[in-house]
Design a protein around this ligand. Structure first.
Ligand SMILES: Cc1ncc(C[n+]2csc(CCOP(=O)(O)OP(=O)(O)O)c2C)c(N)n1
Ligand SMILES: [Mg+2]
Length: 803
C-alpha cells in the first residue's frame, strides 16, 4: 500500500511506519530521561535538572528537516532534537546531569555547563576546523534567556555570504549557502530585546533562519499574559509577514502535539529558507511541561487544576501515541513493550553514565587511602589523619573535592613532620590538583598553534620618502590589503559601508569589495556582535564594528556571555575568531569619550583586549589577529584619525604582537605605564619634566588582556624604583588592574622606593566641551604635577615643592 506522507512524497506504508516508530522510540527515550533525570536530582546524585519533557514531538519534526551543515542555536529544552540528530546519547544526557568533567563522556561541555546546554564539536583536537558539512551542528548553548538570538543571526548570514561572495574556500562550511540556522526559544524569552532585535535584523538581511518558538504559555511561573502582548507571539509578529510586494518572514503556526502538521510545517519552512533565504518563524503552540520548569520547585504552585488537566491530555507524547495507534502504525500492546524496553535502556544508560563518571575518583580513592594511612604513622596527629581517612573510606562514590579535602587537611596536620609518606602525599596532591584544575580551567583562550600570542611581531617598514599622512589612511590601506588577501574577511557596522565608517578608515572599500563584505547595518549593537559570532563559527573572518566604545554596552552581554565563554564552555570544541573593532577613549561628552576599560577587562576574560596608541599599531593588530584563531576587541583612539603618521609600505604584513608592552621613552627616575590616547599627554608631561632633570620611562601596555606576558614592566621598575599608572578610566578601573599585575604578578613591590600610584579620570562620566574634558580626565598638567609630587616626596631638596 502506498500512502501520502506529510512530506507529500509517497513512500510505502512500511517505510513510513518504520520512520514513525523510530520517532516514537526517541520521544519515549527522551521522556524517560527527563523522568529519571528528575529523580536523580531529588535523590541528590545530581544538583539541578532542566529537561525537555513536553516539547518532544516538534523537535522530532525539526530534526527531520535539519540537514548536514545546518546549525542550531537554541536553549535548554532541546534534548529530543539532539537525540534525534544523534548528538546526545542516554549516557551523554546523564553525564551532563552528573557534571562529568570528561569531554568524552559529556561531549556538550565536559561538565562545565549544567545539563541541558547542548553543542556539537566543530574543532579537531588541534583546534582546526572539522568538516562541518559532514555533520549536524549545534552552537553551544548559554543560560541567559534569548542569548542564543544574536549568534543565530550570524549563523544564518554565513549562508548568505557563502552563496553570494566569490572566492571563499567553503568546502568545510557550506554548499552554496544552502544551510539553515535553526533557532529555538521559549515563549517567555521572546520578551527579551535580543529576540526582537534579531527578528528585525534577519528580516532586513533576508537570511536562512528558521526560528521556532516553543510556547507552553509560561516562563517558569509567569503566564503569557504578563509576557506577550495579546499573549500571542505570531499574532503580534504579523507585520513581518512577507507578501508579493515586500520581503519579510514566512510565519507558520502549528500545534505542538500534532505530529503530521509539525512535519509539514518544518518541511515547508526548510524549503523556503534554503531556497530563497527568507527567514521563517514557526510558532509552536499548545506545548506542555509535564514536570514543571526545572527540578527547583513544582508547577502545581502556579498552574490551576484545569490547566494541569489540559496539560495531561495534550501532552505531545500522549497525543502522538494515540495517533500511532489510531493510524495502525502499532498496537497498544506493541507500544507497551517498546516502552518497557526503553525504560530498561534508560536505566542501564544512567547506571553506565554514573559508573563512568565516578570510576576515576574511586580509583583515586584507592590510591589515596594507603597514603593517608602511612602519613598518619609519621605524624603526632595520627588520630586526626586516621579520622579523615576513615571518613573518606566510607564514601562510596567520592568526588574530587572530597578526595582533596581529606588529602590537604591531612597535610595540614603534617606541617612539622618529615617523612617519605609525607612527600608521597604531597606529590599525590600536586599531581591530582594540577590534573584536575586543567579539567576546569583549560581552554579559556585558544590552545592551538594559531593562538594569538604565538604570532610574531613584524615591524612596519618605510620607504625613504615615506609621507606623513592622516592616520586613518593607514587603516584604510591596510584594510584594503586585508580584504584583497583574505576573501573570507568582511566588515559591517553602522555607517561602515557606504561612507566607509565615520572616520573614513574604510573609504572606498565598499565599491571595491561589494556591499556584502563592507556593509552597513542597522543600529543594533548586540546583533552586530551576534552576526560576527555566528559567521566566525562557520569559518568566515568577520570584523564587527561598534561605532563608538561607549555603545559597546549594548553588545556587552553578548560579548561576555557568549563570545568570551565559547572556547571555555565547550572545552575547546568550538571557536569564534571574531574581531570587534571600535573607537574610543577621549573625544567629547559623556557618550563619546568614555573609557570603561576596567569594566571591559573584568567582563571579557576569554577575549583579547587591545588598546593601540596609533593607527599603525591598530592596523598591525588586525594583521596579527587574522593569522590567529581567537576573538579580540580592538579599540582605536577616537582622537587619532587625523593625527599624522608615517605611511608604511608593507600593508597587510606588519604585525603588532599581543600581550607585549613597548617602551616608548627611556628614563631612570620613574616608570609611567599607560595606553591609548592618554599616552600623548603622558609624553607631553614627560617632555616638560625632562627640563627639570626628571627622566621618566614610558611604557605603552598596548594590550590589556593579556597584559605584559613577558613581565617587562618590572624590569623598568627595577631601574627607576618608582611607578605611576595613568589612564582615563574611573579610579580603581583598568589602572588598578594594571597595578595589581605589576605588584602581585611581577613582584614590583620589591623594587619600590615610593608608593606605587594610579592616576585616572574622575569618578563621573566625562563632561562635555574642552573644559569638561579638562576637569574630568587627567591633563598633561595633572600628570606632570603628580609625577613631580612623587619626586618631591622622594627628594625635597632636589625637587622643592611646587606650591
Ligand atoms: C536573562 C535571564 N533572565 C532570567 C533567567 C532565568 N530563567 C531561566 S528560564 C526562565 C523562563 C523561560 O521561559 P520560556 O522562555 O517560556 O522557556 P520555557 O522554560 O518555558 O521553555 C527564566 C526566567 C535566565 N536564565 N536568563
Ligand atoms: Mg515557556
Amino acid at each position: 500500500m502506498q500512502i501520502e506522507t506529510p512530506s507529500k512524497t509517497s513512500i510505502s506504508f512500511e517505510d513510513f511506519k518504520t520512520e514513525v516508530l523510530k520517532d516514537y522510540k526517541i520521544a519515549v527515550t527522551s521522556r524517560e530521561c527527563s523522568l529519571l533525570g528528575r529523580r536523580e536530582v531529588l535523590t541528590g546524585k545530581a544538583k539541578f535538572g532542566i529537561f525537555g519533557d513536553g516539547k518532544e514531538i516538534p523537535q522530532l519534526a525539526l530534526a527531520k528537516a535539519f540537514k548536514n551543515g545546518d546549525f542550531r542555536s537554541g536553549y535548554y529544552r532541546d534534548q529530543t532534537f539532539m537525540m534525534a540528530i544523534g548528538a546526545l546519547s542516554i549516557e551523554n544526557f546523564f553525564a551532563g546531569l552528573y557534571a562529568d568533567s570528561s569531554i568524552e563522556n559529556e561531549p556538550m561541555s565536559g561538565g562545565r555547563q549544567m545539563g541541558g546546554h547542548f553543542g556539537t564539536h566543530s574543532l579537531n583536537e588541534d583546534g582546526s576546523w572539522k568538516n562541518l558539512m559532514l555533520q549536524k551542528n549545534s552552537s553551544a548553548d548559554t543560560s541567559p534567556t534569548a542569548s542564543q538570538m544574536p549568534r543565530l543571526l550570524g549563523l544564518a548570514q554565513a549562508s548568505k555570504i557563502y552563496r553570494n561572495v566569490d572566492g571563499i574556500e567553503a568546502e568545510k562550511f557550506s554548499d552554496n549557502g544552502n544551510e539553515i540556522a535553526w533557532g529555538t526559544i521559549g515563549n517567555a524569552s521572546t520578551s527579551e530585546g535580543h529576540f526582537w532585535e534579531t527578528i528585525n535584523a534577519a528580516g532586513v538581511l533576508q537570511v536562512p533562519m528558521v526560528m521556532s518558538v516553543w510556547d507552553d504559555e509560561y516562563g517558569i511561573s509567569v503566564h503569557a499574559r504578563h509576557q506577550t502582548t495579546k499573549e500571542n507571539i505570531s499574532e503580534i509578529l504579523k507585520g513581518f509577514q512577507r507578501d508579493e510586494e515586500n520581503k519579510g518572514y514566512e510565519i507558520i503556526v502549528v500545534n505542538g502535539w500534532d505530529y503530521v502538521a509539525l512535519i509539514e510545517a518544518y518541511e515547508k519552512a526548510a524549503e523556503i529558507a534554503r531556497g530563497s533565504h527568507a527567514p521563517v518563524l514557526i510558532h509552536v503552540r499548545e506545548l506542555t511541561q509535564p514536570q514543571g520548569h526545572s527540578t527547583s520547585g513544582s508547577h502545581e504552585r502556579y498552574k490551576n487544576e484545569d490547566r494541569l488537566a489540559w496539560e495531561r491530555e495534550f501532552d505531545c507524547n500522549v497525543k502522538f501515541r494515540e495517533w500511532v495507534i489510531q493510524n495502525n502504525f502499532s498496537t497498544q500492546e506493541e507500544l507497551e513493550n517498546i516502552d518497557q524496553e526503553i525504560k530498561k535502556q534508560v536505566r542501564d544508560g544512567k547506571k553506565a553514565a554514573w559508573t563512568a563518571c565516578t570510576q576515576p575518583m574511586v580509583i583515586k580513592q584507592k590510591e589515596l587511602l594507603p597514603l593517608l594511612e602511612n602519613a598518619a604513622k609519621s605524624s603526632d596527629k595520627k588520630d586526626a589523619i586516621l579520622s579523615l581517612k576513615n571518613e573518606l573510606a566510607k564514601i562510596k562514590d567520592p568526588i574530587k573535592k572530597e578526595l582533596l579535602i581529606a588529602a590537604r587537611k591531612s597535610l595540614h596536620y603534617l606541617i612539622r613532620s618529615k617523612s617519605d609518606a609525607k612527600t608521597q602525599l604531597i606529590d599525590w596532591i600536586d599531581a591530582y590538583t594540577s590534573e584536575s584544575q586543567s579539567e576546569f580551567s583549560s581552554n579559556l583562550y585558544s590552545e592551538s598553534k594559531h593562538n594569538a600570542l604565538s604570532i610574531e611581531e613584524v615591524k612596519p617598514t618605510y620607504s625613504n620618502e615615506a609621507r606623513l599622512v592622516d592616520a586613518r589612511i593607514i587603516l584604510r590601506d591596510n584594510f584594503d590589503k586585508i580584504f584583497e588577501t583574505y576573501p573570507e574577511t568582511l566588515i559591517f557596522g553602522e555607517d561602515t559601508g557606504k561612507i566607509g565608517d565615520v572616520n573614513q578608515g574604510l573609504e572606498g572599500l565598499q565599491n571595491k569589495y561589494g556591499s556584502l563584505r563592507v556593509a552597513d547595518t542597522g543600529i543594533r549593537e548586540a546583533t552586530i556582535l551576534g552576526q560576527g559570532i555566528g559567521m566566525a563559527m562557520r569559518g568566515l573572518r568577520p570584523i564587527a564594528e561598534i561605532q563608538y566604545l561607549d555603545y559597546i554596552l549594548y553588545a556587552l552581554q553578548t560579548m561576555s556571555d557568549d563570545l568570551a565563554t565559547l572556547q571555555y564552555r565547550t572545552k575547546g570544541k568550538q571557536k569564534a575568531p571574531l574581531i570587534v573593532r571600535t573607537r574610543g577613549h577621549r573625544l567629547e561628552g559623556i557618550w563619546h569619550s568614555g573609557s570603561p576599560m576596567g569594566a571591559l577587562v573584568h567582563l571579557l576574560h576569554g577575549i583579547h583586549i587591545l588598546v593601540p596608541r596609533n593607527m599603525t599599531k591598530a592596523a598591525g593588530f588586525y594583521n596579527t589577529l587574522l593569522e590567529g584563531d581567537e576573538p579580540a576587541l580592538v579599540i582605536e583612539c577616537l582622537n587619532g584619525y587625523r593625527l599624522k603618521e608615517k605611511l608604511p609600505n608593507n600593508f597587510g604584513k606588519f604585525k603588532t604582537p599581543i600581550g607585549v608592552v613597548e617602551t616608548i621613552k627611556e628614563g631612570t627616575d620613574i616608570t609611567l605605564v599607560s595606553y591609548g590616547s592618554t599616552l600623548r599627554l603622558v609624553e607631553e608631561a614627560a617632555r616638560d619634566l625632562e627640563e627639570l632633570g626628571i627622566h621618566a620611562e614610558i611604557i605603552d601596555v598596548q594590550s590589556l588582556l593579556p597584559l605584559d606576558i613577558n613581565k617587562d614592566i618590572v624590569k623598568s621598575v627595577e631601574k627607576t624604583n618608582r611607578l605611576l599608572v595613568i589612564d582615563e578610566d574611573v579610579p580603581g578601573g583598568a589602572s588598578a588592574y594594571i597595578l595589581q599585575n605589576i605588584l602581585e604578578v611581577q613582584n614590583a613591590y620589591l623594587h619600590l622606593d615610593s608608593k606605587p600610584q594610579t592616576m585616572t579620570a574622575k569618578e563621573h562620566r566625562p563632561s562635555y566641551g574642552t573644559d569638561g574634558d579638562y576637569f574630568s580626565k587627567p591633563s598633561a598638567e595633572d600628570i606632570f604635577e603628580k609625577i613631580y609630587g612623587i619626586m618631591n616626596e622622594s627628594d625635597p631638596e632636589q625637587y622643592p615643592a611646587l606650591k
